[in-house]
Design a protein around this ligand. Structure first.
Ligand SMILES: Cc1ncc(COP(=O)(O)O)c(C=O)c1O
Length: 460
């Protein structure tokens, strides 16, 4: 038997030419997004003032199984894709596990994460519509960076509202976005009405993705020929990220492998939704039965402790309502270092899969996650992002279970990005200053109290 190589890059020719729309094979669809005024399912026309036309179409498309990736998007993808799938031989050895561990590494581009996979098409569709620019939020700064890169390429303006605690923790993220021409504002800010309101109610707030989304949406709808783009949660973003899973499946086929367990970190759910898409499709069709494990921070436990309810996607309550696992749009998570996972809700597609039993979820405290990150860095030579390190921790724990049972399972996890801008966090961890925070039930109740009081939420 030939030895499996340390890494496999598909060739450019083998790169998928279409995104895969997981919704098209789901037995039951996620509940539709609702217009907050009428409580009726949103239409393309409802979404048109906020989103680009083509993206609004993709958002509502539950039928087309595959959607062509436009040629100009493929051309940019080819600058950094296909991304490698790597066999974690050294990690396996260090853990003493019989498990085979693979990871899909998405950090090999300037933005440092998988976020570019959706930033490129979103900027492309904005350009095709003749818009002058886009607005967005960013948590960790990875999405903002990715969008800045894509907007610079397509010559669009890019206004980024960055969660205040990340803005303060990572000043060089802002500088990097500035290099690509983006305007970066710490959120909540005094630039928008919703930001001023949030600050008036809670002057010391460190911000959240939910606040930043509210500001970016307001900036888009009041900003003339601009639209809002989002780096996660939405169906369209999971669609774009399906390139991760499609490449994985193809590469693993070449290696004669299929994962028994697929693990990914979950913030709003975009990398995980993309990574698992073709594997969940097999599971739904009864062809294979991989376990799918979502990993989230214990400080922001939307899947493991949230409610499956209709909620706003933002703190200022300006977005449509989505049915998802949520901590309530009023929940402001502790300033955990995995800024990209500090979101009160979860992708409606992933929420539905979790609700229907296709996916499991676990949560970890940040010191446990950083312990795994440092261990991984020493053995695999990559400095992981704190967000990605949740998946590392999840995969390590699964591999350790295999050590106990003696099973040689195949584990695949998503290594979504690099942690070069997270050195304050690493320093805090190494100097023993990092603390953990787990919200009490009473803390969570405050967030649940902010859930919309609508008939659809009765009995939740
Ligand atoms: C490196 C990295 N991984 C994961 C995430 C989580 O986002 P999502 O759940 O949309 O993949 C983020 C978000 O900012 C990120 O920057």
């Amino acid at each position: 038997m030939t030895k499996i190589p340390h890494k496999l890059y598909l060739t450019e020719d083998q790169m998928p030419q279409k995104w895969f729309n997981l919704r098209s094979v789901m037995k039951e669809q996620p509940d539709p997004m609702l217009h907050p005024g009428t409580l009726q399912p949103v239409t393309e026309a409802d979404l048109a003032p906020i989103f680009c036309e083509e993206l609004a179409k993709q958002e509502l498309d539950c039928t087309h199984e595959y959607i062509d990736i436009p040629e100009p998007v493929l051309d940019i993808y080819k600058m950094y894709r296909p991304s490698p799938i790597i066999r974690a031989y050294d990690l396996e050895k260090a853990l003493g596990t019989p498990a085979k561990i693979y990871y899909k590494y998405e950090g090999n581009n300037t933005s440092g994460s998988h976020k570019l996979n959706s930033a490129v098409p979103q900027a492309y569709y904005a350009k095709m519509q003749g818009l002058s620019g886009v607005t967005t939020e960013t948590g960790a700064g990875q999405w903002g960076t990715a969008l800045s890169v894509a907007c610079a390429y397509f010559d669009l303006s890019c206004d980024v509202y960055m969660v205040k605690c990340s803005y303060e923790q990572k000043p060089f993220r802002k500088a990097m976005m500035n290099v690509f021409g983006a305007n970066v504002t710490p959120s909540p800010s005094m630039l928008t009405e919703v930001g001023r309101k949030i600050l008036a109610e809670n002057p010391g707030t460190t911000g959240s993705l939910g606040c930043a989304i509210s500001e970016a949406v307001e900036a888009a709808v009041t900003g003339g020929d601009k639209r809002y783009v989002l780096g996660s949660v939405l169906n369209q973003v999971l669609l774009h990220q399906s390139i991760i899973g499609l490449e994985c499946k193809q590469a693993m086929e070449q290696l004669g492998e299929y994962p028994d367990i697929v693990v990914g970190c979950a913030g709003g759910g975009s990398n995980l939704g993309g990574l698992i898409a073709p594997f969940v499709a097999d599971k739904i069709k009864g062809l294979k039965n991989p376990r799918i494990v979502a990993v989230e921070p214990a400080s922001c436990p939307s899947l493991t402790r949230g409610k499956y309810a209709y909620d706003f996607c933002d703190t200022g309550k300006v977005t449509p309502l989505a049915r998802m696992y949520t901590l309530g749009s009023g929940f402001i998570p502790a300033p955990n270092h995995a800024g990209g996972l500090r979101y009160h809700g979860m992708s409606p597609v992933l929420s539905k899969l979790y609700h229907d039993g296709y996916m499991e979820a676990v949560s970890y405290q940040q010191t446990q996650v950083f312990e795994a990150a440092v261990f991984f860095a020493k053995h695999e030579t990559i400095l992981p992002a704190p967000e990605s390190s949740h998946a590392i921790k999840g995969a390590i724990d699964e591999a350790l279970k295999c050590k106990e049972t003696g099973e040689a399972k195949t584990i695949l996890f998503g290594l979504t990005g690099t942690g070069y801008f997270d050195m304050t966090a690493y320093e805090n961890y190494l100097s023993g200053k990092m603390t953990d925070y787990v919200p009490t039930d009473a803390d969570l109740q405050k967030g649940f109290d902010s859930l919309p009081d609508i008939p659809q939420n009765k009995g939740i």
